[in-house]
Design a protein around this ligand. Structure first.
Ligand code: F0G
Length: 361
C-alpha cells in the first residue's frame, strides 16, 4: 500500500493501520470567504472544502481506510448504497485496490458527475427503483448474507478515516488563529461525519490534547424535505424516526433514515450544538454566494452555509462566534444544479465587433 505521510495518513496513530489504499486524500483547504463572513456577520468564517479530495468529496477519507480493511480481510466484492459520492469513492478506491465493486443507486436521483465517476472507475452500477434508504437496506442484507463487504458509513472503519476532518480543522485553525473554532456547521445525511467528528473530539479530549471547553459545537443542517435528524433534535428524541418520503434538490442528502443517528445525536447535544432545516432555495443562494468567492461546491455542501445563515438570523449563532462550515462535495459533482443556479450563456456573432455590440446591449 502507498505509505503516505500526508493527509489522512498523517494521523495514522489514530487509525487502525499505518497506511492505506491511498490516492492520497485529505489536506483540504480551509478557505477564507471575507464577503460571506461580512454578510452573515460572524467573528470569522472559514470553509473546509472537502470537495478538494481526489474524487471530489469527503468520502475518500473513509474509503482509504475502509478499502484497506477489506484488503486485509481478503474480501472479494465491495458494495455500497449511495446518493452518489460514496459510489464514486468506492469505485475509485476499489479499483485502486484491484477489487470488484458494486454500487446501488436510487434511479434518477443521482447527480451526473457522480454516476460518471462510478462508471469510469469500473463499478457495476445497479439502479434501484427506490430511494437511498431502500438501497442501503438491500446492501445491508447482501452483507449479512456474506455476498459483499459493506462500505457505507455503517462500516465503522469509514468513520475512522473521516475523523481526520476534525483533526485537520483544529490543527489548521490553531496554527492560523491561535485558538479553536466555536462551532463546526455541516450538512447531515446519514450523520456519519457528525459521528466521526464527535469521536475525533472525544479522542483528543481523552488523550489530553484538547480541553473539553474547546470542543466546537457540532451543528447539523438538513434540507427541509429530508430532515429526520432535525426533528429528533427539536423533539428531544433518543433516536430518529425514519422518513419514508424524502425530497430535495440537494440529492446527496436525500436521506430519510440516518443510520449513524445514535452516534451523532449525542455529538450534537453534548457539544452544545443544534440542528436546523433549510429550504432548497436557501441552499441554492448559499451555493451562489460561495461560488462568487471562488469556492465551488455541490448543493448538499452549501446547506452548511444556508444553515449558518438561518441560525445567525435567528440569533442562535452569535456575531462573536468563530465558525467553520464544512463543504462536502465539489461543484462539478452536480453540473445540472450548477448550470441551473448560474448564468445563461449568451449567443454572440463570431467577430469582435459583434461581441462588443452585444456587450454594449
Ligand atoms: N454531503 C455530501 C456531498 C454527501 O455526499 C453526503 C452523503 C453528505 C453530505 C452527508 O454526509 O452521511 O456523513 O451525514 N452522501 C452519501 C453518499 C449518502 O452515498 O454519497 P453524512
Amino acid at each position: 500500500f502507498a505509505g503516505e505521510d500526508r493527509g489522512v495518513w498523517r494521523y495514522a496513530a489514530s487509525l487502525p493501520f499505518e497506511d492505506g489504499v491511498s490516492l492520497p486524500e485529505g489536506d483540504t483547504p480551509l478557505h477564507t470567504v471575507p464577503r460571506l463572513e461580512d454578510a452573515i456577520d460572524v467573528r470569522s468564517l472559514r470553509i473546509k472544502h472537502e470537495g478538494m479530495n481526489p474524487t471530489g468529496s469527503f468520502k475518500d477519507r473513509g474509503m482509504t481506510v475502509g478499502v484497506r480493511v477489506a484488503a486485509e480481510l481478503g474480501v472479494g466484492r465491495l458494495a455500497c448504497a449511495s446518493t452518489g459520492n460514496t459510489s464514486a469513492a468506492l469505485a475509485a478506491y476499489g479499483g485502486r485496490g484491484g477489487m470488484e465493486t458494486l454500487v446501488l443507486l436510487p434511479a434518477g436521483k443521482v447527480a451526473a458527475g457522480k454516476v460518471a465517476q462510478a462508471s469510469l472507475h469500473g463499478a457495476r452500477i445497479l439502479e434501484v427503483d427506490g430511494n437511498f434508504d431502500a438501497c442501503l437496506d438491500i446492501v445491508a442484507e447482501l452483507a449479512d448474507r456474506g455476498e459483499a463487504y459493506l462500505l457505507n458509513s455503517l462500516n465503522p472503519f469509514r468513520l475512522e478515516g473521516q475523523k481526520t476532518i476534525g483533526f485537520e480543522i483544529l490543527e489548521r485553525y490553531q496554527t492560523d488563529y491561535g485558538r479553536y473554532p466555536d462551532r463546526i456547521v455541516l450538512p447531515v445525511g446519514n450523520a456519519g461525519n457528525t459521528a466521526a467528528l464527535y469521536k475525533a473530539f472525544r479522542e483528543l479530549v481523552a488523550s489530553g490534547a484538547l480541553d473539553p471547553e474547546d470542543v466546537p459545537k457540532l451543528t447539523g443542517v438538513q434540507a427541509e424535505g429530508a430532515a429526520p435528524m432535525v426533528e429528533a433534535i427539536e423533539e428531544g428524541n433518543e433516536d430518529v424516526e425514519r422518513w419514508e418520503s424524502v425530497e430535495t434538490r440537494a440529492t446527496a442528502i436525500r436521506i430519510g433514515n440516518p443510520v449513524n443517528a445514535r452516534k451523532a445525536l449525542p455529538g450534537i447535544r453534548e457539544t452544545g450544538g443544534t440542528a436546523v432545516a433549510v429550504a432548497d432555495e436557501a441552499i441554492t443562494d448559499a451555493q451562489r454566494a460561495l461560488a462568487s468567492e471562488g469556492v465551488g461546491v455541490e448543493p448538499a455542501s452549501a446547506a452548511s452555509v444556508a444553515g449558518l445563515r438561518k441560525l445567525r438570523t435567528a440569533g442562535v449563532v452569535g456575531s462573536d462566534e468563530d465558525i467553520v462550515c464544512l463543504t462536502t462535495g465539489h461543484l462539478l459533482k452536480d453540473p445540472d444544479a450548477a448550470a441551473a443556479a448560474g448564468t445563461e450563456p449568451e449567443p454572440v456573432p463570431a467577430d469582435a465587433e459583434g461581441v462588443l455590440n452585444h456587450l454594449r446591449g
